[in-house]
Design a binder for this molecule. Structure first.
Ligand code: SAM
Length: 314
């Protein structure tokens, strides 16, 4: 993955065997292995510090706000009074940071499989977590997110799934199935919402996104796919919101801005009433692919990616 070139050191983001994006870096801040994955934190020339797990680019300092606000804010803003939030994955602590911005939130449980990723994030990615790991409302657990969902007796107003893509041989593919989403739905309060990062919406690799949307529709009455362009990924990145009734189209731009001003601590950089309207209006090619997908992802044949978005059906 690391290659010496002139005049800089370059780091390669493999989208597929036929498409690679390279970023100039000043150097690596951390490179090691946990029991679970390879962890790299690099200092990119353009995007600042970035986290890479098993060669998969996770987020970068300059534009992580686009990804993390998109993942968290639509769900929490739509809920009338989110108090308890669960985050599955979320290593960098930025998803937790976004949840804790809400003055209504009294408890945020973050469950990441890999303690080493969180340790590295605490030390090397301070602007990502911004102290959220030590917020008194935070409960930090290190275990498999699926096991947590199977074992917990708690219910949550929002569950946010911020795990790595379902890479073949990776730790997360069991958290993208119909059976897992059924478990999640049981752990939501009546007005509770689920929000997931759902891989790329690139026209070269729409399989994962469309299958996840289709799979969620088997379990939830309302599913809303949406997307935001993340410059570091050089892609329109996909998310899905699943609810028992709440609908992002039924809240106006003005209402969203009002909720933000009343409830949110600090200033959001990406999400507001205007952004809300744009992210839930997907391009035609994406809508068409979503409508055509029929495959439901199940435990007995879980999808696994070789490259982001390019899932093999079970
Ligand atoms: N932004 C990311 C992306 O683009 O995919 C995801 C963010 S976050 C760094 C991903 C986290 O998910 C990692 O810290 C990893 O340890 C965690 N993770 C992966 N599989 C998991 C599982 N089965 N249970 C809990 N956490 C998991």
């Amino acid at each position: 993955m690391l290659k010496k070139d002139t005049p800089s050191l370059w780091i390669y983001d493999y989208f597929s065997p036929f498409e690679i994006h390279k970023h100039a870096i000043r150097g690596t801040v951390y490179h090691g292995h946990s029991d679970i994955q390879e962890i790299v934190i690099a200092e990119s020339e353009c995007y600042g510090r970035c986290l890479i797990l098993d060669n998969e680019f996770q987020s970068a300092e300059l534009d992580e706000f686009v990804y993390h606000e998109s993942l968290v804010q639509p769900a929490l803003i739509l809920h009338p009074e989110p108090k308890k939030v669960a985050i599955i994955g979320g290593g960098e602590g930025a998803t937790l940071r976004e949840a804790l911005r809400h003055k209504t939130v009294s408890k945020a449980v973050m469950v990441d499989l890999d303690e080493k990723v969180v340790e590295c994030s605490k030390e090397y990615l301070p602007s990502f977590h911004n102290g959220s790991f030590s917020d008194k409302r935070t409960t930090l657990l290190f275990k498999d997110g699926r096991k947590f969902m199977e074992e917990t007796n708690e219910t949550f107003d929002a569950i946010i799934i911020d795990i790595t893509c379902p890479l073949e041989g990776g730790p997360s593919y069991k958290l993208f199935t119909k059976e897992f989403y059924e478990l999640v739905r049981q752990k939501l309060t009546p007005q509770g919402l689920l929000s997931i990062q759902a891989s790329t919406t690139s026209p070269t690799a729409l399989t994962t996104y469309t299958i996840l949307n289709r799979t969620l529709k088997e379990v939830f009455p309302n599913v809303f796919p949406y997307a935001a362009y993340v410059p570091f990924f050089a892609m329109l990145w996909g998310f899905c919101l699943a609810t028992n009734g709440l609908d992002p189209a039924q809240v106006t731009k003005e209402e969203i801005d009002q909720i933000i001003s009343e409830r949110i601590k600090g200033e959001l950089k990406f999400y507001d009433g205007t952004t809300h309207q744009s992210i839930f209006n997907l391009p035609k090619y994406v809508r068409k692919a979503l409508a055509q997908q029929t495959h439901v992802n199940r435990d007995n044949q879980p999808l696994k990616e070789k490259y982001p978005g390019l899932a093999k059906k079970g």
